[in-house]
Design a protein around this ligand. Structure first.
Ligand code: CA
Length: 434
């Protein structure tokens, strides 16, 4: 058998696929027609139907247990099985789907039911999300935003000690493609003493990495930093839609509330830690004057390989671009290497006080901006709070998002000698306020 780094699939559309070659195998929940949601694996333009494969007797042992745990049409119970079940399932899927699979002819004969086209299917949230927490680990974003308010002292004193986060709203997380209704709310017009009520005028996106929690912890029992990576079920893209004018008025003293909880979009495929293994990197060294993480956040292995090199992209497609047949325009090209804290540090910190994490909980990384223009993960940063509008290829200008604008997030992992993988898209189009 060929090695995994160069292996191809008999599912021809997977070979060279920009997101879902054989090496990725992300998990998700899909439905066809009016059928109940079921679990599947993205392979090229198709979805390998795990429940259909289970019925054909293609899984044994831990891999079978893994697929059986998804029978409810949600991945929570599968996440709860932890890493070993996930690895067993991946190994079996690689055997089944690679070019030299002994079962190739049998599977190909069943392709119409086993491998529906993704374009014929609808994607759902992969799990029932009990809790959603949004972190703030993108240090460049924290500095860019801090500068708008405190030019001389952009980072607050806790930033380099605490992985900052707040509890978001789980009930309004939706899969890619869900329309974004412009929220109504209170805003304080410049120079006024009293707020007005109406549609948000400063609607924005935030480019984030989403983290699905795998096995949780019992109340009162923290997850140690050395064990934290084992508690991560997978990764996605996350857009933390933000109403900046509502946020500016409401956020003191308890932080964002209605400016964030009207919608959060996620890409529907769960990219596993195993698929991301070739793209792991050491956590970037802290500048010499920065404090070292406190011992409960510091682990040698995590520092040596707990970061990821994932290229993150934001594109904007406006109504005028659609009318003029123009392609979506890139607003942002950033990378997960701008995370000041690793995902393991986020898990360890979140549970260190005994807080319970549960399988299928969702974390957002916080906006992941780079230091240069072109790398900013929100319009707030790109336009400096609306002061510097951007000009688009369509001749339009934008300070913030207009009705009809669609934001598309993409991710790409590349490394010499390895097949590139992606995350699929996270899209959302703005609808006018009601
Ligand atoms: Ca955010």
């Amino acid at each position: 058998m060929t090695s995994l780094s160069t292996a191809r699939s008999w599912v021809a559309c997977a070979n060279g696929h920009v997101d879902f070659p054989l090496q990725n195998l992300p998990l998700g929940i899909f439905s066809r027609g009016g059928d109940a949601p079921r679990s599947g694996v993205a392979i090229g333009e198709r979805i390998f139907d795990l429940q259909a494969a289970l019925q054909l007797g293609l899984f044994d042992g831990a891999a079978r247990e893994a697929v059986e745990a998804m029978a409810s049409g949600q991945l929570n119970a599968f996440f709860d099985l932890g890493r070993s079940a996930r690895v067993a399932l991946r190994e079996r899927l690689l055997e089944l789907l690679r070019e030299d699979s002994p079962l190739r002819d049998t599977l190909q004969a069943q392709a119409s039911s086993l491998l529906p086209l993704a374009s014929d299917c609808q994607m759902h949230l992969p799990a029932r999300i009990h809790d959603y927490t949004d972190f703030y680990v993108g240090i460049e974003h924290a500095q860019n935003v801090g500068k708008l308010f405190r030019p001389d002292n952009p980072l607050l004193p806790n930033y380099k000690y605490v992985p900052i986060g707040y509890h978001g709203r789980a009930s309004t997380v939706r899969p890619s493609g869900t329309a974004v209704r412009r929220p109504l709310g209170q805003t304080l017009p410049a120079g006024q003493a009293e707020p007005t009520f109406g549609p948000c005028a400063r609607l924005d996106y935030e480019l984030e990495l989403g983290i699905w929690i795998g096995q949780g912890n019992a109340l009162g029992e923290p997850i140690a930093i050395g064990d934290a990576a084992e508690h991560i079920g997978g990764f996605c893209l996350l857009n933390d839609w933000s109403a900046r004018d509502i946020q500016a008025w409401e956020y003191q003293p308890l932080g964002p509330f209605l400016s964030k909880n009207f919608l959060t979009s996620v890409s529907p495929w769960v990219v596993t830690a195993e698929a991301l293994e070739p793209f792991r990197r050491p956590q970037p060294a802290r500048p010499q004057d920065d404090p070292q993480p406190l011992p409960y956040l510091l682990d040698k292995r995590d520092q040596a390989g707990g970061a990821f090199d994932i290229e993150l992209e934001v594109l904007l497609l406006t109504e005028a671009m659609r009318e003029q047949d123009l392609p979506a325009q890139r607003l942002t090209l950033s990378n997960t290497q701008y995370m000041y804290w690793t995902v393991a540090q986020m898990v360890a910190h979140h549970s260190v006080n005994g807080c319970q994490l549960q399988a299928g909980d969702l974390f957002g990384s916080g906006t992941l901006s780079g230091p240069e223009s072109g790398q900013f993960g929100s319009l707030l940063e790109i336009t400096e709070g609306g002061k510097k509008p951007i000009e688009l290829a369509s001749g339009e200008v934008r300070k913030f998002l207009e009705d009809g604008d669609e934001i598309i997030l993409r991710a790409r992992c590349r490394r010499e000698g390895f097949v590139s993988i992606g995350f699929g898209e996270c899209r959302g189009k703005i609808l006018p306020a009601r």
